[in-house]
Ligand binder design. Structure first.
Ligand code: EPU
Length: 435
């Protein structure tokens, strides 16, 4: 298992191009199950989770040509065999997002067997709402041997009105599943309390290009008029708002200046609002550019101000940026308050940041961050992707050497992060795990 070794204290300066979004790509790839025509996706990032999704779709009879390693980053997915509908535990346990094949399989093949995802480092993460959504569309569901077995009576789902809200708001992949499944259902589906995340809007764009009839994606009420058949499409994946936010925090924590190209600024207003309150300047530098792909310059004041922040469903502050922002707040001049409302246990970085000299006091789902003048390099580790990103950022700012162990978590969501940080001035390298 690899680790990153970081010599902190270098100012970052230069340009980083933002990749296609991981969390958009996963349901987009799964949508290829809805048609026997080719679906071409442009800009899918080269990440471990994407590799897992390819493997899963391969087992489900999807042939994939091209891919991140070549061919201008376009990949074409096409169903060539629809006989297998089992997403096995072997793959699902490595990637919870495998659940997003459930809706497309059920809609296109009338049946699905998907291993039930277990808990993970950031919490229990149930899938009850996904199942509730499928049942509302007429699916019969049972559990057997740890697998969800779902069938559409008569081979086709039926549209209905579905309330998809839970205690925390809505569910992103649950909304993706129900919206995808409803495209081929008989009649009209109304999803109430749908997730409004930009990745849902991107999925709706692809599905619409495939021939689906969808209204309201990006709002809490999504209406889908079922069609008989979907066709192929060619789609450019939305740039990754979480990657962009992470590099914004990297510029800020090193007191550097980064220009982010292909930055989906329009999806990041809650993040830029909080960063500006800290004293980070974020400005679009290419005038009338597409607000989902603009060039953005990020620079920080020398003195960072403390703030309050609460994670919320979109358009609120994303849980996937909580750890990175917390790393930055460790160096603010005063006390900040960070509250996590989406995954109340998502604080694996707290104890590790404390090892670097941060002063953090957690109570329940709130952490008070008492800013310190400097962080100190240390060996650290976290078994959550975004927590690990927060630790890398802390390492970039810390005095001395920080070793971030088990970076396979980072590799799930950040493409060659060490090379990209090194290209803008960080002293960071990948090494095999120490004995
Ligand atoms: N929830 C339920 N029941 C369900 C589904 C969700 O109670 O059936 C709860 C969860 O436990 C959580 C909340 O709902 O408290 C929100 O979970 P959601 O379903 O929205 O999360 P997800 O769709 O499984 C996606 C991203 C996560 C991101 C969350 C929240 C992908 C592949 N994953 O997960 O991304 O944190 O939305 O925005 O899109 C990451 O990239 O590091 C990551 C974890």
């Amino acid at each position: 298992m690899d680790r990153f070794v970081i010599q902190g204290g270098r100012r970052l300066e230069g340009t980083v191009r933002i990749n296609g979004s991981k969390n958009a790509s996963l349901p987009l790839m799964a949508a290829a199950l809805l048609t026997d025509q080719p679906v071409t996706l442009r800009g899918v990032p080269d990440l471990a989770d994407i590799g897992n999704m390819r493997r899963l779709l391969g087992e489900l009879g999807v042939e994939i040509a091209g891919g991140p390693a070549g061919d201008g980053r376009a990949e074409t997915l096409r169903v060539t065999d629809d006989s297998e509908s089992h997403a096995r535990y072997d793959i699902v346990r490595t990637m919870r997002a495998s659940i997003c094949v459930l809706g497309p399989l059920l809609a296109a093949r009338g049946r699905a067997r998907v291993s039930m995802p277990g808990g993970c480092a950031i919490g229990d993460r149930p899938v009850d709402l996904h199942l509730r959504g499928m049942e509302a569309l007429g699916a019969e569901i049972e559990l057997d041997g740890g697998d969800i077995i779902a069938r559409a009576p008569g081979g086709r789902l039926r549209g209905d009105t579905i309330f998809l809200g839970g205690a925390f708001g809505s569910t992103v992949l649950g909304t993706a599943n129900v919206m995808s499944a409803a495209t081929l259902a008989e009649g009209t589906t109304v999803i109430e309390s749908a997730a409004c995340e930009p990745e849902i809007v991107d999925l709706a764009r692809l599905l619409t290009a495939m021939g689906a009839k969808i209204e309201g994606a990006g709002s809490p009420r999504v209406t889908v008029h079922g069609v008989e058949k979907l066709g192929g499409a060619d789609h450019a994946v939305l740039p990754d708002r979480i990657e962009a936010a992470t590099y914004m925090c990297a510029a800020a924590i090193t007191n550097g200046v980064l220009t982010l190209e292909d930055c989906p600024l329009d999806c990041l207003l809650s993040v830029t609002d909080r960063l500006e309150a800290v004293g980070v300047r974020v400005e679009c530098v290419d005038g009338n550019a597409d607000p989902l792909r603009c060039a953005v310059r990020v620079a920080a004041d020398r003195v960072l101000k403390p703030i309050e922040v609460t994670t919320q469903p979109h358009p609120g502050f994303p849980t996937d940026v909580q750890a990175q922002l917390m790393a930055l707040l460790c160096l603010a001049d005063g006390n900040s308050v960070v509250t996590e409302k989406i995954f109340p246990e998502r604080f694996l970085h707290v104890a590790e940041l404390s090892r670097m000299g941060a002063r953090l006091f957690r109570q329940g789902n709130t952490v008070v961050v008492s800013g310190v003048r400097t962080l100190k390099g240390a060996p650290v580790m976290a078994s959550d992707l975004r927590a690990s990103a927060g630790l890398v950022l802390a390492g970039l700012a810390a005095e001395g050497t920080t070793t971030v162990n088990r970076v396979y978590h980072l590799d799930r969501g950040y493409e060659r992060m060490e090379e990209r940080l090194a290209a803008v001035g960080a002293v960071i390298e990948r090494a095999g795990e120490s004995a």
